[in-house]
Design a protein around this ligand. Structure first.
Ligand code: AMP
Ligand code: AMP
Length: 336
């Protein structure tokens, strides 16, 4: 009997609910202050408390007899870092090499470019920024502290005043359009890319700015920020779907060339802005479950078309693990 485990935040409820629905035992590793919250959910068999994220792998070493499979999510990238989150320490659903690329925006850019996907320009030199830009930090920080600039003079001034210091960041062309987050899943056992859902984000304060008159906006001298607060569902024009699937397939194919191994598998999300001429520009890729999938614990319109039963991304992960166990192919979907 396998236990599916994860760090208790981000999309842990969805992951563990899905695991329970597929018949697994479930375990959450939670900060002590959150233990009682996670204990209220009947589908979590065990909640282990830790006083800080730095104690994560230490807690795991005590659980080594459990036949555990860890499912990573955004908090692994944001809070655990390379040492604590390293897959060498436990059996882990996903390809660690790919997850490392997620934390490095330049490598991400090369990968997506090599998949034939449109990307906003990146300016290494602020002097070369001949159009509006957005400055973004590395790692899954949920868009906090980003800033946009109208031109290079604006950008130079902002870089001086915001003083990113030693933080790693990129300067990217700002794309005007609709942000759309494509939630995919690549199944190793079924050998297919699936679209499980699409969402948009509520970001603060940028989604609040339009609620006040423009005269007040300029008086208040607001600079936009992109801190994620939540997500909302969206369905796409059906005529865009073939292109969405083509992009997903290309990304999986090129990931194999990039890592020289199994490449990308399991859940991933292409974060795009779609322009008025219906072009998708990828601004980022997440190579694991994204929190926007929490919308679809009961399934999305797209997962319903594929499965005809409630299929969240969390449940899809557990289904993949279950099928791999049945087919004796577990090694193919654990850390490569
Ligand atoms: P949390 O556990 O909520 O602090 O989130 C862990 C990481 O995932 C942080 O970097 C968050 O910014 C990011 N995150 C959490 N929820 C979402 C969301 N709904 N959409 C995008 N990113 C998120
Ligand atoms: P990210 O952390 O890259 O997912 O970006 C967070 C948010 O910033 C996105 O959801 C978009 O709203 C916005 N954003 C990021 N990059 C761009 C871009 N190049 N053009 C327009 N908006 C962007």
């Amino acid at each position: 009997m396998y236990t599916i485990a994860t760090l208790a935040s981000h999309s842990a409820l969805q992951i563990l609910k899905g695991a329970k629905d597929e018949g697994f035992k479930t375990l959450a590793i939670a900060l002590t202050k959150n233990v009682s919250f996670y204990k209220t959910f009947g589908f979590i068999d065990e909640v282990v408390g830790i006083d800080s994220y730095s104690l994560f792998s230490q807690a795991l070493s005590k659980l080594s007899g459990k036949n555990m499979i860890m499912v990573p999510h955004g908090s692994f990238v944001a809070y655990l870092g390379k040492n604590e989150g390293n897959s060498d320490k436990f059996p882990y659903f996903g390809n660690q090499k790919i997850l490392e690329i997620e934390a490095d925006r330049k490598k991400q850019h090369e990968w997506l470019k090599s998949s034939g996907i449109n990307m906003p320009e990146i300016f290494d030199d602020p002097q070369e920024a001949d159009r509006p830009t957005i400055v973004k930090y590395y790692g899954a920080r949920g868009g906090s502290g980003y800033f946009i600039s109208g031109d290079k003079t604006d950008l130079a001034r902002n870089l001086r005043s915001k003083n990113p210091g030693n933080d790693r960041y990129i300067i990217q062309e700002y794309i005007l359009g609709v942000p759309v987050y494509l939630q995919y899943f690549y199944s190793v056992v079924e050998k297919r890319v699936e679209l499980l859902g699409v969402d948009r984000r509520y970001e603060s304060n940028v989604d609040g700015i339009g609620r006040i008159p423009s005269s007040l906006q300029s008086k208040m001298k607001i600079s936009p920020s992109y801190t994620v607060i939540g997500n909302y569902p969206i369905v796409l024009r059906e005529s865009l779907l073939p292109l969405v699937m083509e992009m997903g397939n290309n990304i999986v194919d090129s990931s194999r060339r990039l890592t020289g191994s199994k490449g990308l598998y399991g859940p991933f999300c292409l974060e795009t802005v779609v322009t008025a001429d219906q072009k998708f520009y990828a601004i980022e890729i997440s190579t694991r479950i994204v929190a926007g999938t929490n919308l679809y614990i009961k399934g999305s319109p797209y997962s319903d078309l594929l499965f005809g039963e409630p299929m969240s991304t969390g449940r899809r992960i557990a289904r993949e693990i279950k099928t791999a166990i049945k087919k004796n192919r577990l090694a193919d979907i654990l850390n490569s």
